[in-house]
Design a protein around this ligand. Sequence first.
Ligand code: TXA
Ligand code: MG
Length: 346
Amino acid sequence: MTMTRLYTIDDLDKTTVQTDIKETLKQGKNVVFPTETVYGIGANAISKAGIDNIYKIKGRPSDNPLIMHLVDSNALSTYVHVEQDYINKLIERFWPGPLTMVFKKKPIVPDYFTGGLKTVGVRIPGSEVARKIIEIAGVPICAPSANISGRPSATLFKHVVEDFNNKIDILIDGGKSEVGLESTVLDVTGKVPVILRPGMITYEMIKGVTGEVYISNESFKDESPKSPGMKYKHYAPNGELVIVEGDNEKVIEFINKQTILHQKTGRRVGVITPNEYKNQFTSPFVYDIGSLSNELEVASNVFAALRDMDENAMDYIYTLSFSEGQYSEAIMNRLLKAANKNIVKV
Ligand code: TXA
Ligand code: MG
C-alpha cells in the first residue's frame, strides 16, 4: 500500500511540496493532477518505471499510447517532426488548451511511451496548475486520464480519491475540471488533419484554421484503429446505460414506463437529464446535468453523472440524448461509448 499525500493548489507554492513532486516523478512514481479537461495521472515521460506503473495501476492495455504534456511549444521539435504548414496556425490558435496533436515521433521518444507506434500525441494544457506541475517536474509529463481503465474519467477530486487513494503517491486537488471532457485528439501527420477523438476544440473550429479536416470513423472497429484508445470499452458505469432519443414527451414517457417496470423487480433506476426536464421523471434518482442553454456545463458534468449513478448503485440508467449544439459530437461520443451504443429511438 502506498502512503498517499494529498495536496491543494495552494500547497504548490511550498518548496517542500515542489521537491516532493519533483522527487516522486524522478523516482518513477506518479502524481495525479488537475488539467482543464480531466484529471491526469502524471509520470516522467522518459521514465520507464513511471510509465509501467501507470499501465499497471490503471489496468490499461499496453498498446494504448500516452499523451506527452509540455509546458510550452519551445521544445516541441525536440520530440516530434512538425511537418505540415497548418500546424503552427493550430498551435497559435489552440495551445495552451484542450487539443492533442499526433505527430511523427523522433527517436528520443521511447517505444514504450507510444505502445510501439511511430507517432506520439502532444498537448500543452490550458490549466495553469497543470503547466506548473510540468514546470516543477522539469521534464515532459505523460498523463492519461486519471481513472481506472474502463471507468468514467475523473472530473472531481473525489473521483480521483475513489480510484487512487493508497495506490498513487501524490494526489493534487484542483476542484472541478472546467472542460470535463478529454482533449480533442487530432492527427497532424498528413496534408489534411484528422480528428481521432472529438472534444471541445470542434471540427468547425479546426476547419476555420486549416480549411479542411477529416473525422475518423474508426471508433468501435476491432481492427487496429488509428487511435488505439478507441477500441476499448470506455467510461462504462456499472449499471446498464441506455440513451433514449426522440421527441421529448415520448422520451420522458418511455423512461417513466421503464422505471415502473424495473422497480417492480426491485431494480434501481437512475435518470440523467437536463435541468429543463428534471421534474418530469418518476424515478427518485434524477441527475440534473445542467441547462440545455449552457452546453459547456452539460459537457463538464457528463462523467460526474455517470459516476454518481455508480455511487448510488443504479441497475439501470437512462439518459436523454444530447445531439444538438456545437459540443454534441464530443458529448455523444462519450455517452455512446459508456452505453456501448445502447440507444433506443422512441
Ligand atoms: O484531456 C486529455 O487529453 C487528458 C488529460 C489528462 O490531458 N488525457 C487523456 O489521456 O485523455 P488518455 O491517455 O486517457 O487518452 C489519450 C487518447 C487515447 O484514446 C489514445 O489512444 C490516443 O489519445 N492517442 C495517444 N497517442 C496516440 C497516437 N500516437 N496516435 C493515435 N492516438 C493516440
Ligand atoms: Mg482515458
